[in-house]
Ligand binder design. Structure first.
Ligand code: AMP
Ligand code: MG
Length: 273
């Protein structure tokens, strides 16, 4: 997509700071055109992502891990639905990390995560992730501070291990404003077909908005690295959010310099009868 530059302004520099307070969830400095034009570009990026994913699968050499984090209603589900529209379900897997089961709680917090990382040729999308173990766990004091604090280093080391062994990692924080969350939660109440998404617990989490912001600020600042960068995606506008995420993914896959595997030799004269 020659029209668009890489949205570098949204990447958290290695070592931070994420500086969430100065990042506008309604920013549109990456693309100033109209929504219609933005959606057209997003569609073109969809098609490109589709091709790149087929190439990834065919080549079976690289692995891509996509981490999605956001406040409630931040748009993780919608991002997955739109950005990966058209990709081949064979080769793309989504892992959603919910409240840990008793078996998961009986192990270290990365135990449940590692089995879901991508294999050769695969894209794995994490809908929530190991980051919950320094976010919700911190905000609710589910483990003592000295314990969750050590996890920043574990997480950096874990992602380093994955990268060293051939996994490309890109992480997105879908950044919405508190007002936008209010509107989206209200819409879940007002629109009957959206009610299933509403949970009263979301209101309790909303009251902890500032605590989550502090937790996100530190998590993103401590864990953005050259090999596993965080992008803070302005997410108040859904179409803009999709455009930014698609562009980062397309650029990331293009940077891998993939090629279709060489066919077997001497296929030119074969006629199938
Ligand atoms: P949802 O994404 O709406 O399906 O909700 C999943 C819930 O699981 C969220 O409230 C998360 O905060 C919660 N959750 C995910 N991972 C963890 C974790 N490691 N510890 C506690 N709660 C978690
Ligand atoms: Mg929810």
């Amino acid at each position: 997509m020659s029209e668009l530059l890489h949205p570098d302004q949204y990447r958290v520099p290695p070592g931070g700071p994420a500086d969430l307070a100065s990042r506008n969830p309604a920013d549109r400095s990456f693309f100033s055109g109209e929504k219609r034009e933005g959606r057209r570009l997003a569609k073109a990026l969809n098609r490109r992502l589709e091709q790149l994913q087929e190439l990834l699968w065919a080549e079976h050499r690289h692995r891509l891990l996509v981490v999605l984090q956001a406040m409630d209603t931040g748009g993780k589900d919608g991002t997955i639905r739109h950005v990966f529209d058209g990709t081949n379900p064979q080769g793309v897997r989504v892992a959603a990390f919910k409240r840990p089961t008793p078996a998961e709680l009986a192990h270290d917090y990365l135990w449940r995560v590692h089995p879901h990382v991508p294999g050769d040729g695969e894209i794995a999308i994490f809908n929530r992730s190991h980051y919950e173990d320094v976010l919700v766990v911190r905000v609710h004091g589910l483990v003592p501070e000295d314990r969750w604090r050590r996890r920043f280093d574990h997480i950096v080391a874990f992602e380093r291990l994955l990268a060293d062994e051939g996994t490309t990692i890109v992480k997105f924080f879908l950044h919405i404003s508190k007002e936008e969350q209010r509107e989206r939660l209200q819409a879940r109440l007002d629109e009957p077909h959206k009610r299933w998404k509403f949970s009263k617990g979301d209101l309790a989490e909303r009251r902890r908005w500032d605590d989550y912001t502090v937790a996100y600020e530190e998590a993103l600042s401590r864990t953005s690295t050259t090999y596993a960068p965080w992008y803070v995606v302005p997410a108040d506008r859904k179409w803009y959010r999709n455009l930014v995420v698609s562009k980062v993914l397309v650029d990331t896959l293009e940077s891998l310099d993939m090629a279709y595997p060489d066919p077997e030799e001497d296929l030119g004269d074969i006629v199938v009868v």
